[in-house]
Design a binder for this molecule. Structure first.
Ligand SMILES: C[S@@+](CC[C@H](N)C(=O)[O-])C[C@H]1O[C@@H](n2cnc3c(N)ncnc32)[C@H](O)[C@@H]1O
Length: 748
């Protein structure tokens, strides 16, 4: 049996891991009035990029315009696409999630600076040693630079930093610029991102929710730039290690380009689009990265932003259209907006009229027309790259500039149909401007998901058959075969078996547990000590299932399961719980090995065994990619009308093929829960701590170390706990009381 080993570093004992709600809300920050009351915006931002700041890789750079990674994950898992596209990539959230799930992705970002940041995140698979070595080189180079503050420092930098901080930042910048050409492109993106990420934390001025700098606000906590870089690098190192433990392959293709033409993306290649385009809400994406771009010398002042950034973007801000001096008549004559022209003209005319009565005199009338013209082009480009069974899910919000209502989802839906898609629907997530009305108008607004699809997807017979077959297998293998065994085991041992059902101890029917990042995951079974219907107990076993639909090439689900379960196990490391998975369908050998090597107990029913089980009722389910649709339709009908005696025969057949694996699984579970400690090793370490910046230095010093008479104080306790079933817990403590507490918990 594979030894399960958990390595704990409890140097920060009793770290509180707060309980958080799962936020799968996909919205951007609603921001029509960028100068609106800050507190209101803070209240409204729940479920947006803020949630990502707890997640590996996503947290490397805060991009306020981003959407929730948890929502993207949920969608990909649900729809099982082969290749996804985010035409408005932003900080790359969708691609990072796709990489985590082993799914191919494309993304397009037009903002040159934001593109580089996203490239940095998508360079998570760079060799960690190379990354650290390059950072050390840059830090050493920077530390040895003699630098004076140049006279022509841009005003914004002077406003944001003390002289000393700015000198150190400029040293880091110079060192990066000197050394970057010797590094691979991915390393350059990665380190560029690391440096960008410290610019806000080493500044004493505040940042508004939307990344705008607030020069008159002062922050309490400021980091010295070299310290900030160390902190950022160790965060990145941790996340790279985490991600690379699943895979070293990124399947993401990020393009610096324009969603209006999607150049570089092959025709008919995308079967799921997940995106959050700019809202028609006057938010200026160019301004959001002004501090960073000024630091790198890419802009000198606000005035430079149009030429360097804004002119490449969807026209969603009034600054954009004013700069381009657009005329309403020319815009509404464009053929792409013909499908909404009759509704658009009165709205734009009204905006033009209201404009004259407002001090700000903002060109919302042309902004709205230009916005829909741009988005119409996006839908035409999407039609080209989308497969016939593609689904599109985009996050949209309506708007009311100067209080004039613009029915955004309706117009976007119509433009999508005109571009060749078949139907659209809107799923509202929340209302806006209802409880806390903004100062500008009291028009109720909302945000939600606009779903656009072609008919084929909704009706695909192979998809429907795959789903129905998966559901039947789940009912039989989980409910009829595994659950009774678990139930019996739990009863005899006085454990509580939680499964999908209503239970007063938790809300809803799902068995949901939180992981160390605060994300929640739904599981099939969890066994608890001291649990009752009314009270959650201490979880000691987590069991999950997964089915691969063989009607489509599906990706490696093993990776997805690991990504969900292992962070839960880490959160409950003190009890080193059992974790297992029930798989059926088409899983590769390496995928199964990967799960087993990571300590999972696995029940696997291969596709061929599913096919042979169905043969016992004379039902051939051996379909593949080329099976014609009418065969799927006939098979779906038969599946839906299986008699109870057929189901019983199937159950017997599946029980027979899975018997051996289920027995081994139950034995492993029993051994894990009934294990006892065979040995505890406590190793107090004394001595001087030696730290080295390179392997060469470490080797050199090692030769001179005198290990016979070490000097120095107490360093830490190393603890090793061995169990009879080969489980091992290794932990590090700096405090005797915490160690004692740990030992006591082991006993409970
Ligand atoms: C709401 S943000 C997307 C955020 C993203 N979902 C994330 O999680 O980071 C919209 C993005 O669209 C980009 N954008 C604007 N116009 C574009 C265009 N014509 N083509 C591609 N990207 C564009 C903006 O720069 C911005 O980063």
């Amino acid at each position: 049996m594979t030894q399960r080993l958990l390595w704990l570093s409890l140097t920060e004992p009793q770290q509180q891991i707060s309980s958080r709600l799962l936020m799968t809300n996909s919205s951007q920050l609603p921001l029509f009035d960028v100068d609106a009351d800050l507190a209101k915006i803070v209240r409204e931002r729940a479920g947006t990029f803020t949630d990502n700041m707890k997640l590996p890789i996503h947290r490397w750079f805060r991009y306020s315009a981003g959407f929730s990674a948890a929502w993207v994950e949920q969608l990909i898992k649900e729809l099982e696409p082969q290749t996804i596209l985010d035409p408005f990539a932003g900080s790359g959230t969708a691609c990072i999630v796709a990489d985590q799930l082993g799914v191919s992705s494309y993304a397009v970002e037009a903002h040159p600076f934001v593109y580089r940041l996203a490239k940095g995140k998508l360079s998570w698979n760079v060799d960690i040693y190379d990354f650290l070595a390059a950072i050390i080189e840059i830090k050493n180079f920077a530390a040895n630079l003699k630098l004076k503050l140049p006279e022509n420092i841009p005003l914004l930098l002077n406003k944001c930093y003390t002289e000393e901080t700015l000198i150190n930042l400029l040293k880091i910048r110079q060192a990066y610029l000197e050394i970057a050409p010797t590094l691979s492109k991915d390393l350059q993106f990665l380190i560029f991102l690391a440096v960008c990420a410290i610019l806000r934390s080493s500044s004493y001025v505040g940042t508004a929710q939307w990344q705008y700098i607030l020069p008159n606000k002062r922050k309490v906590k400021i980091y010295e730039p070299f310290d900030a870089l160390d902190k950022q690098v160790s965060l990145m190192q941790e996340d790279m290690l985490y991600m690379q433990s699943f895979t070293r392959v990124s399947r993401a293709n990020l393009i610096q380009g324009d969603a209006r033409n999607l150049a570089g993306i092959p025709n008919n290649s995308i079967d799921l689009v997940i995106s959050s385009p700019p809202y028609a809400n006057n938010y200026d994406y160019a301004d959001a990265t002004r501090l960073e771009m000024t630091f790198w010398g890419e802009v000198n002042s606000w005035g430079d932003l149009h030429e360097t950034v804004r002119k490449f973007l969807i026209r969603s801000s009034s600054q954009h259209v004013s700069k381009e001096k657009l005329s309403l008549d020319t815009l509404i004559d464009e053929s792409v907006i013909e499908p909404i022209k009759d509704e658009l003209i009165p709205v734009c005319k009204e905006l033009e009229a209201v404009r004259g009565t407002k001090g700000g005199n903002k060109a919302y009338h042309t902004m709205i027309a230009a916005y829909f013209s741009d988005m119409a082009q996006v839908f035409h480009a999407l039609r080209r790259v989308a497969t016939d069974d593609c689904q599109i899910c985009i996050v949209v919000g309506d708007s009311a500039p100067y209080g004039v209502y613009v029915p955004v989802e309706k117009w976007l839906g119509k433009l999508a149909i005109a571009a060749g898609f078949d139907n659209w629907s809107f799923e509202q997530i929340r209302q806006r401007n209802v409880k806390w009305k903004n100062r500008k108008h009291d028009v109720p607004l909302h945000e939600g998901r606009l779903w656009i699809e072609s008919k084929i997807m909704a009706q695909s017979p192979s998809h429907k058959f795959g789903q129905a077959l998966g559901k039947l297998l789940e009912d039989i293998v989980l409910d009829d075969i595994l659950k009774p065994r678990l139930q019996q085991f739990a009863q005899t041992k006085n454990y509580y078996l939680d499964s999908q059902k209503a239970r007063p101890a938790r809300t809803g029917k799902k068995v949901t547990w939180e992981d160390k990042y605060g994300n929640k995951h739904d599981l099939d079974f969890v066994i608890e000590v001291d649990g009752t219907d009314e009270k959650l107990g201490r979880p000691v076993a987590f069991i999950e299932s997964a089915w691969r639909r063989y009607t489509k090439h599906s990706k490696n689900k093993a990776q997805e399961i690991q990504g969900a379960i292992l962070p839960i196990i880490e959160l409950h490391h003190l009890s080193a719980p059992f974790y297992g998975v029930v798989l059926a369908g088409d899983f590769t050998k390496p995928a199964l090995e990967q799960l087993k090597n990571n300590g999972f107990a696995v029940i696997y029913i291969p596709y061929k065994d599913v096919v042979s089980a169905f043969k016992t009722i004379d039902f051939d389910v051996a379909f593949d990619e080329d099976t014609p649709d009418d065969l799927y339709t006939t098979a779906s009908k038969r599946l839906a009308s299986l008699s109870s005696s057929d189901k019983e025969t199937l159950r017997q057949a599946l029980m027979q093929v899975s018997q051996k694996e289920v027995d081994i699984f139950m034995t492993t579970l029993r051994n894990s829960l009934e294990r006892y400690i065979t040995k505890i090793v406590i190793l107090p370490l004394f001595g001087v701590r030696y730290e080295f910046e390179s392997i060469d230095n470490a080797l050199m010093e090692l030769n001179t170390l005198n290990i016979d008479s070490p000097d120095g104080n107490f360093e830490r306790f190393e603890v090793i706990v061995d169990y009879n079933n080969n489980d091992t817990i290794r932990a590090t403590f700096q405090d005797k009381t915490v160690l004692a507490d740990f030992l006591r918990k082991l006993d409970s």
